[in-house]
Design a protein around this ligand. Structure first.
Ligand code: HAM
Length: 420
């Protein structure tokens, strides 16, 4: 134990859990790669203004949860609380929208930072795999992304997740709905904080988890009843495409999401085995974000899936991912000359594509064999002075216990044959 611990709300990823994490990242991104999404990586910090303008001044993420700081040079920066604003910023900066076909399809994987109250499934540093399709307004694109997420979860063997779907309208129909909702909310018995929220971000009130608030929301106007014809038809097409692809969803007229940039399609994946932090992923369309951060009009859609919570969801369902590969061969040298020779053999085996490990630290035979067994290797490669004098090493099958000499100069070919 050192005198330090990982900061509150963070945790270390160590084997074997780290292998599960990597397998989940791989599985969540595989469908994207097959669908033509290119990999993008952006800095872990950005100008604070990108998030306050992009994610929204009135969101919890910006007002309460950002790791914002001023550098020694006087620049206001923030650790990224999410990926969408950064990816769009990077695409605009590189002119990707002018250079190639639209939409520009990108995927990413990385750590994000929010100063939230830590609890099970909610961390201050967490990991997402995300996708953004920039510069096209087409219900097929919304459906594509949602289906890719569904397929990603399914490929992991996850079953008990649900897809919640809603439309938040656009600049045509949302303002009138917002005003109607505000009228309704102002007639309720709400605390001061919530009343303030009614003024700034009334849709968020629909998402209030408190029963006392939820009870009063019965009969509140819903966006779905106020959608303009264009939004209604767009949403209907998304719903039909999802149904045709067998991507089951539940219409959730109260789904509003915690970021301000959404328009039209919004969705969330929830898992019922996770308690209060049940959202394993979410996303939607953000047709106005590019203009909000100073770019041209670029209607876009995307999602981010939480890796930490997906791992928890897999655990909750008892899904075991394939364990990481064990070594094929574990070398046990007896004496200095054997250390030199076997280390050479291990290097050659690795170069030939064989997974090989070594008993480091000058262990005696008993301890070294214990390490070999513990590693889960199929074969131990044992050599002492007498073997080397005969130009051979002992190859022991750790499963059957069978052991026999193999000529050193035929070692790699022999092992490769045995492994086939
Ligand atoms: P978000 O809903 O804020 O959306 O986050 C997406 C997912 O990240 C959540 O569903 C959850 O699984 C995970 N997540 C968020 N906060 C935490 C936390 N504190 N601890 C653990 N996991 C967490 C976005 O970030 C949007 N950028 C998604 C998007 C992309 N929309 C359009 N494009």
């Amino acid at each position: 134990m050192s005198s330090f611990e990982a900061p509150k709300g963070t945790y270390d990823l160590i084997p074997p859990d780290s292998d599960t994490f990597n397998a989940v990242r791989e599985a969540l991104s595989a469908p994207l790669r097959r669908a033509g999404y290119g990999y993008i990586e952006t800095p872990a910090f950005e100008h604070t203004g990108l998030f306050s303008r992009g994610v929204g001044e009135s969101t919890d993420i910006v007002t309460k949860e950002m790791y914002a700081f001023t550098t020694k040079g006087g620049t206001d920066l923030a650790l990224r609380p999410e990926g969408t604003a950064s990816v769009l910023r990077a695409a605009l900066q590189a002119n990707l929208h002018r250079l190639g076909n639209l939409p520009v399809k990108l995927w990413y994987s990385g750590s994000y930072y929010r100063y939230e109250r830590p609890q099970a499934g909610r961390y201050r540093q967490f990991s997402q795999v995300g996708a953004e399709a920039i510069g096209a307004e087409d219900p097929v694109l919304d459906a594509e992304l949602i289906i890719l997420a569904v397929d990603a979860y399914r490929s992991l063997g996850l079953r008990n997740f649900r897809l919640l779907l809603n439309s938040l309208g656009d600049q045509e129909c949302r303002p009138a709905y917002r005003a109607a909702l505000q009228d309704f909310l102002r007639g309720l018995d709400l605390d001061e904080d919530t009343r303030r929220r009614v003024d700034i971000n009334p849709l968020r009130v629909l998402d209030d988890k408190r029963e006392a608030v939820q009870k009063q929301l019965v009969g509140a106007p819903m966006m779905r009843d106020h959608l303009c014809e264009a939004c209604k038809s767009y949403h209907e097409q998304v719903r039909e495409l999802l149904t045709a692809a067998g991507a089951d969803f539940e219409d959730d007229p109260k789904l509003v999401r915690g970021l301000d940039y959404y328009t039209r399609t919004t969705f969330e994946f929830v898992h019922d085995g996770l308690g209060s932090q049940s959202a394993v992923g979410g996303g939607g369309r953000y047709d106005g974000l590019s203009e909000m951060i100073g770019g041209p009009s670029l209607p876009s859609v995307g999602w981010a899936l939480g890796v930490d919570r997906t791992v928890l969801a897999l655990k909750a369902e008892g899904v075991e991912l394939t364990p990481p590969a064990r070594p094929d061969v574990f070398a046990v040298p007896l004496g200095d000359e054997a250390r030199r020779v076997l280390f050479g053999a291990v290097t050659e085996l690795r170069r030939a594509g064989v997974r090989a490990d070594f008993a480091f630290g000058g262990k005696g035979l008993k301890n070294a064999m214990k390490s070999a067994n513990r590693s889960g290797a199929r074969f131990a490669l044992v050599a002492g002075e007498r073997d080397l004098a005969e130009g051979a090493v002992q190859l022991k099958d750790l499963g059957s216990g069978d052991q026999g000499p193999v000529a050193l100069d035929a070692l790699t070919t022999t092992i490769k044959e045995k492994l086939q």
